[in-house]
Design a protein around this ligand. Structure first.
Ligand code: HEM
Length: 404
């Protein structure tokens, strides 16, 4: 294979829809690949991806260099958005990260997460009741997008009827952070989304300060008051991050997972026959073509990898889904096996920034997959052609036309 054919082009529709032939070729032949188009290193082997995610030779602060590279006119267009994003712990290195994470952890106690299970079951049943019989519907829009949205509303303590409004804000912020799409006024839209979401949370935080409830916002407000640590803006930023970080990722797990299950009838039948397989099935849906395409890093200390010099300030894409198919770690990595064990996928990241919502996401999958299959054994795709989100960071189907 020539070096040129290994160029990973995320703007190419065929690559977006099925990135694996290219990624797995890179994994085999060019594991530290410089992509001229991305102007970044692309890492695809399990050990390298895991290493990059946890390495102190890498920084997660890719926001600041990007912001500085914008022309001054564009900088001022996204000033408020950046004000909050720069307070997100995903973009902070230690010691700021350590402090923020410790405070935010108070909101993710096992008690708080476990208490959400009955709500997840109720939401799942309510949405499944509404699916039409004998008509085509979009499983993403009608179901997979709504479950995690409503669950996060419950977790944070936001009234459920605000979901569509906040989702619209989140989608606008997404134009700035996670998307290769070039919408003409994406900066203005993202800034407006951030402003509206921040104003919403500012008001809710003020209400909870006066009258606390049993929800995450109240817990974080209290964490602030006891330790005098989270500022008002950090509280707002944390609420925005939880909403943003937990919604689309879990939507993609539920949508991508159901797509795999309905496309592999034997595996769906196995799960229906044995409820104990729910947990390993979720792990396999996370691993194989799961919701984490890649995570970005910036080289903090120049170092060599596979004979290439990764220079300070170079950008790096750690390709999680490719790593999850590394044959040196996973037997028969391309096979969808809901009983796979061990399953050491790194879909929730690795090291200091390991996902704080992993227990919640796993619980949603465990409730949803068996319930959908039990209630609608005839659920099927209407077409085999699936359109995927045009981004390398998140991985998930844009729509899933299905029928019961
Ligand atoms: C299937 C669903 C999910 C996936 C695949 C996922 C994936 C990830 C990954 C890969 C990271 C590490 C980022 C990095 O290393 O740069 C991360 C971090 C994080 N996730 Fe998730 N996530 C999911 C669900 C959730 C949920 C439901 C929440 C909250 C309710 C959440 C909150 C967070 C937070 C706060 C962080 C930042 C941790 C830090 O920087 O220390 N995630 N997630």
């Amino acid at each position: 294979m020539t070096h040129d054919s290994l160029v990973f082009d995320p703007t190419d529709a065929a690559t977006v829809n099925n990135p694996y032939p290219t990624l797995l070729a890179l994994q085999r032949d060019d594991p530290a690949h410089w992509s001229p188009r991305l102007k970044a290193w692309v890492l695809t082997r399990y050990e390298d991806v895991r290493g990059a995610l946890a390495s102190d030779q890498m920084s997660v602060n890719r926001l600041e260099p990007f912001y500085k590279s914008l022309p001054p006119a564009d900088q001022s267009r996204v000033a408020e958005l950046i004000h909050y994003l720069s307070r997100w712990l995903v973009f902070r290195d230690p010691p700021e990260h350590t402090r923020l994470r410790k405070l935010l952890m108070t909101g993710f106690s096992a008690r708080a997460v476990n208490a959400l299970r009955p709500g997840i079951e109720e939401i799942t049943d309510m949405l499944l009741d509404r699916l039409p019989r004998g008509e085509t519907f979009d499983f993403v829009n009608e179901f997979a997008m709504q479950v995690p949205g409503l669950v996060i509303m419950d977790l944070l303590g936001v009234p459920r009827d605000q979901m569509l409004r906040l989702k619209a804000c989140s989608d606008r912020i997404q134009l700035f952070i996670g998307s290769a799409r070039n919408s003409p006024n994406k900066y203005d839209l993202a800034e407006a989304g951030a402003k509206e979401m921040a104003a919403f949370f500012r008001e809710l935080i003020a209400e909870r300060r006066i009258a606390p409830k049993d929800d995450m916002i109240s817990t974080l407000v209290a964490a602030r008051d006891e330790m005098d640590a989270l500022s008002e803006d950090e509280l707002i930023a944390a609420a925005m991050l939880v909403l943003f970080g937990g919604h689309e990722t879990t939507t993609n797990l539920l949508a991508g997972g159901m797509f795999k299950l309905v496309s592999h009838r034997d595996q769906a039948d196995r799960l229906r026959a044995d409820p104990a397989l729910a947990r390993p099935a979720v792990e396999e849906c996370l691993r194989l073509d799961g919701p984490s395409g890649s995570m970005a890093r910036v080289v903090a200390v120049s170092h060599e990898l596979h004979g290439k010099m990764l220079g300070k300030a170079d950008r790096v894409f750690a390709m999680i889904n490719a790593a999850n198919q590394d044959p040196s770690v996973f037997d028969n990595p391309g096979a969808f096996d809901i009983g796979r064990t061990p399953n050491r996928h790194i879909t929730f990241g690795f090291g200091t920034h390991f996902c704080m919502g992993s227990a919640l996401a796993r619980m949603e999958g465990e409730v949803v997959f068996p319930r959908v299959l039990d209630r609608y054994p005839t659920l099927r795709m209407v077409t085999e052609d699936v359109d995927w989100h045009p981004t390398m960071i998140m991985r998930g189907p844009r729509a899933l036309p299905m029928q019961i």
